[in-house]
Design a protein around this ligand. Sequence first.
Ligand code: PLP
Length: 389
Amino acid sequence: MARPRFTDPFQPAEVRRLVREFGSPLLILDCERVRVQYRKLRKALPHVDLHYALKPLPHAAVVETVLGEGGWLDLATTGEVALVRSLGVDPARCIHTHPIKRPADIENALDYGVTTFVADNPDEVHKFAHLNGRCELLLRVSFRAPGAVCDLSRKFGCDPEALLDIARLAAELGVTVRGLSFHVGSQAPDAAKHVEAVGACAKLMAAVRREKLGPCDTLDIGGGFPIHYGTPVEDIVRFCAPLRAALQKLPRRVRVIAEPGRFIAGPAAIGVASVMGRAQREGHWWYYLDDGLYGSYSGQLYDHARYPVEPLRDSPERLPAVLAGPTCDSIDVIAENLMLPKLKAGDLVVGRAMGAYTWASATDFNFFPRATVVAVNRHPGDTGGVYPA
Ligand SMILES: *Cc1c(COP(=O)(O)O)cnc(C)c1O
């Protein structure tokens, strides 16, 4: 059989065509790149079940593409449960990983059919006491990572020293401890924290089993796998090499799962904005785009990211320029001190690696609408569509 054929929607001609069809601003999501990312991480972490964390890009097209690859899902909120439920996803492929939940969030996820939840403190374990037999817990342990761009272990996870007491409480209340989980922080600089956490968790899991507090045979190694923005990062297979070695030392019966978000979604989308107008100020051309820091570029604030931006128009003559967002707020500036070709209204500006933590945290401040997501290559020969319509 011939290999399925996909169009590259990031090519300038395709970008222009999609803007003509769907307007601006756009987030062009290439499902084929989602597949490529998923397969790369599978290769880097063989025998690890990959649960795509919806948070960075909670979009139906990503969810269905990951499932199409045989993947799994990581849900954290009632809204995310509603999304996958509306798509008819088998709940057996989902886990719920928010360490702090309202009883209604738990009931809602249980009603859908999710049976694996996360807890990291005694109060949260108590919320499962009356649910005997209906679900199991992963206990989340914290390993501080001051080097990570987003240190998620400050807000969530118990001290490794506190873990056994929480497991004892679960056992007392009849709540099954299925395993442990951690998240070392997003866009990790290297795998050292993952390796340290796997080693520490292996010891804790053995201790839980020794005391017969639960089966404790699942280890969830979280997310954090980095992608290339402006500065190069290590190839993911090489990045994961020490982690693979650490996982190999685990007892064979331990099932290992991961919760990648950024790595799956980040490189799979570009942001496309149009120049609304321009002005010369203090020797710089200011270009005002229809997307900015309150929209898809919100990740520059919340996620501390810097997206490589470039206009589609090229010219050898370059002038000092500023790219600004559309709102009337002065912080709404995407990038300064650029050297750009002279642009005019209607010209397109593309931001790369904008799939993760961009559209997801966008607002409609000033009533500038969020970018429209156009998902391309959901199937071979699919040339793009707003999805769901
Ligand atoms: C945000 C989050 C993820 C995804 O993390 P990435 O660094 O984007 O891979 C996974 N699990 C949990 C619990 C999260 O909060």
